[in-house]
Design a protein around this ligand. Structure first.
Ligand SMILES: [Zn+2]
Length: 195
């Protein structure tokens, strides 16, 4: 049962990449119903509140980065037709994790990123760099570095909150601008320099 005190900040369907906590499982993508509260990002198998089962959650206080991402996957693998809009949530619990999520359109991705950043804006562990690619188990697809915990190869975009952090209704365009500068990655596969 969800705590009644946990008010929903945002909810919606996204596709989640498996986190491969066990080394030998294959990467897969599953559609999940995401519910963001002030403290957690929780995901369920369906949006039906009566029937849904929680499949996992991220404690927002453990999050250190929220950035656009590049996934080496095809739309078929992800189960989406056409373009898709991935982003990532880096956090540390018992290990280093990155949760890759795929929004169904660009405005939704921007909104999820901004809303999550607002929820995490007071975290003390925020990082200045991140990897836009993904960890294959041996290396990062973006920079080929071979240490999972290596510093990121790209500077995080600027997501300092507005002066007065809780103006939730102002649609802060500057955030959007910074964010857009960042997401000019090819959405699928490689980077320049990658073989
Ligand atoms: Zn990298």
């Amino acid at each position: 049962m969800a705590l009644l005190t946990e008010k929903t900040v945002k909810e919606g369907y996204m596709v989640k990449r498996s986190q491969n906590k066990k080394v030998y499982t294959l990467v897969n993508y599953k559609r999940r119903w995401f519910v963001l509260t002030k403290r957690f990002l929780i995901y369920y198998d369906t949006d039906n509140e009566q029937k849904r089962k929680e499949k996992g959650r991220v404690d927002l206080s453990a999050v250190h980065s929220i950035e656009a991402a590049v996934l080496s996957a095809t739309p078929e693998e992800i189960g989406i037709q056409g373009d898709f809009y991935p982003f990532q949530l880096g956090y540390v619990s018992d290990d280093y994790y990155i949760l890759y999520l795929v929004a169904l359109n660009d405005p939704e991705r921007t909104d999820w990123i901004q809303t999550l950043r607002r929820a995490c804006s007071n975290n003390l562990n925020l990082r200045t760099t991140f990897h836009p690619g993904n960890w294959t188990g041996k290396k990062w697809t973006c920079c080929q570095r071979t240490s999972k915990t290596s510093d990121g190869c790209k500077l995080c975009s600027n997501w300092t909150q507005e002066e007065d952090g809780d103006k939730e209704n102002t649609n802060s365009e500057w955030k959007c601008r910074h964010y857009r500068d960042l997401v000019r990655f090819p959405l699928i596969a490689g980077f320049p320099g990658k073989a």
